[in-house]
Design a protein around this ligand. Structure first.
Ligand SMILES: [Fe+2]
Length: 245
């Protein structure tokens, strides 16, 4: 089979404990994720090999960098799904959601009822990785008032948020779900993000785990991580909501 990379290790299916991946960027050419269908298929095969049996794809919605439209993403997802099934993938493509960046371009979306949700239920949102935008929390609150269930993507990756500080606590108290990237647990995003991820787990603040797979480099990192016994224990010890999707 065509492969972008030579594997150092054979994959171990440790992520079977989660069952479902609910965050990745494998609709080709719509964001900074997969560049072509072959790369998407390679990544999907790797997700299956490390234990996932189901996946939701979540392209970026972020103005002006990725000015995606829901109807266009749906169309491209269906095309990608057709091609991936034709290529023989064994993982279930369960649907397409979005990863909505909460910034100045987000507010008009609140009047737009077309959010692409994970499992028809959750809206996945992210903050800027570099700087805090004033009013983010209020926008999330407004979403909740409109009845949306909100998952905050990779809170461990925002260096300006104190892990157990008041802002995080407030987000938790107002019912925001937290989704940590599994690769954070192996230090893929640096030692600080890794520490924050473990502290949030210990605090009992993490409901979902996602791979945030963008390309084959992430897939290779997942294979490597599948040999990490500490991560395997985390997956056994905590009760994540991935299996409910
Ligand atoms: Fe993402």
């Amino acid at each position: 089979m065509f492969s972008f990379f030579k594997r150092k290790y054979e994959p171990r299916p440790i992520f079977a404990a989660l069952g479902t991946d609910m965050h990745c960027h494998l609709v080709p050419k719509v964001d900074d994720g997969s560049k072509c269908i072959e790369e998407s298929v390679e990544c999907l095969n790797t997700l299956k090999a490390v234990g996932y049996n189901k996946v939701f794809i979540t392209p970026h919605f972020c103005v002006p960098r990725f000015p995606n439209r829901e109807d266009d993403i749906l169309r491209r997802y269906e095309e990608m799904k057709r091609q991936a099934i034709e290529a023989g993938i064994e993982i279930e493509l369960a649907g397409v959601g979005g990863e909505y960046r909460i910034d100045t371009g987000f507010k008009p979306r609140l009047d737009n009822p077309r959010f692409l949700k994970v499992a028809d239920k959750y809206v996945l949102v992210e903050f800027s990785l570099h700087q805090q935008m004033m009013g983010c929390d209020e926008l999330i609150f407004d979403m909740q008032m409109k009845g949306y269930e909100v998952i905050l993507a990779h809170p461990e990756r925002y260096p300006y948020l104190n892990v157990l500080g008041s802002r995080m606590e407030q987000l938790k108290n107002q019912g925001v779900y937290f989704q940590i990237n599994v690769l954070s647990l192996g230090g893929f995003y640096g030692e600080d993000a890794k520490k924050r991820a473990y502290r949030m787990l210990e605090a009992g603040w993490v409901e979902f785990m996602g791979t945030d797979t963008h390309n084959t480099m992430y897939a290779q990192a997942l294979v490597d991580l599948s040999h990490d016994r500490k991560v395997e224990k985390v997956l056994e010890r905590y009760d994540f909501l991935n299996k409910t999707l």
